[in-house]
Design a protein around this ligand. Structure first.
Ligand code: SF4
Length: 229
């Protein structure tokens, strides 16, 4: 169990999966820089959090809810949580002031389009794990709304995704405890990184360069019968 002062923000998981160095720069060294991508994302999130609570028939929607998990050491604010009334007595959660049970369905809003990695799904799954702990229920599914195609994409919280989410949270805690920011490795994704100017991956990216240098030395040694070493 983690104490509150050890909690990391839910959004850190997504940044860690994009690039561990970006996560460390933003949350460990607290240097957040805004580019076009993050600015548009922030405006969209602010709009989402404008409304707070709405009930329509068998659906309750609540926005901007603060959630946390002491087991995983996570906390943050949700975009949208839906509660769907259910007749299933074995599922769903109780809500204060209501007799029936409610199925919990988290929804996250993203500016762009679905990504090839699992970072958005992991962030949403982390929300589900927090809500399960807080509401003592099981959440099978949630959704990500992408601004680019204006559609909801359903996400099943299966064992594989739960395990990846828990592993990612653990790795971030270990990185924060070590206090060490990973070295830069320049790659294609650096072009869209909001911390490019702070990271300077071409100047600070020594790990990849050293690896390439060592590989070159080893391969030259092998082709020359090991005489160079
Ligand atoms: S510029 Fe590249 S290496 Fe540096 S933080 Fe961003 S993605 Fe990571």
């Amino acid at each position: 169990m983690y104490s509150e002062d050890q909690f990391i923000q839910l959004s850190a998981l997504q940044h860690y999966l994009f690039c561990p160095r970006q996560c460390a720069l933003a949350y460990l060294e607290l240097s957040w820089s805004e580019n076009l991508f993050t600015a548009e994302g922030r405006i969209m999130h602010n709009r989402v959090h404008e409304g707070k609570f709405e009930k329509r028939g068998d659906l309750i929607q609540t926005r901007g809810l603060w959630i946390s998990s002491a087991r995983l050491g996570l906390s943050g604010q949700t975009d949208l949580i839906e509660f769907h009334r259910t007749d299933d007595q074995d599922n769903g959660t109780r809500l204060p002031g209501y007799k029936s049970r409610w199925k919990v369905y988290p929804v996250e809003f993203k500016r762009g389009k679905p990504k090839s990695d699992h970072s958005d799904e992991v962030q949403l799954c982390a929300q589900a794990l927090c809500l399960e702990e807080m509401l003592e229920t099981t959440i099978a599914e949630g959704a990500i709304f992408y601004g680019k195609n204006k559609r909801r994409h359903a996400v099943k919280f299966d064992e594989k995704l739960r395990s990846l989410t828990e592993q990612t949270a653990l790795q971030i805690h270990q990185m924060f405890e070590s206090g060490i920011t990973p070295k830069a490795e320049f790659s294609k994704k650096c072009k869209s990184c909001s911390l490019y100017e702070i990271c300077l991956p071409k100047r600070t990216g020594t790990r990849g360069a050293v690896k390439r240098y060592l590989n070159k030395i080893i391969s030259e040694s092998i082709t020359s019968g090991g005489k160079k070493i």
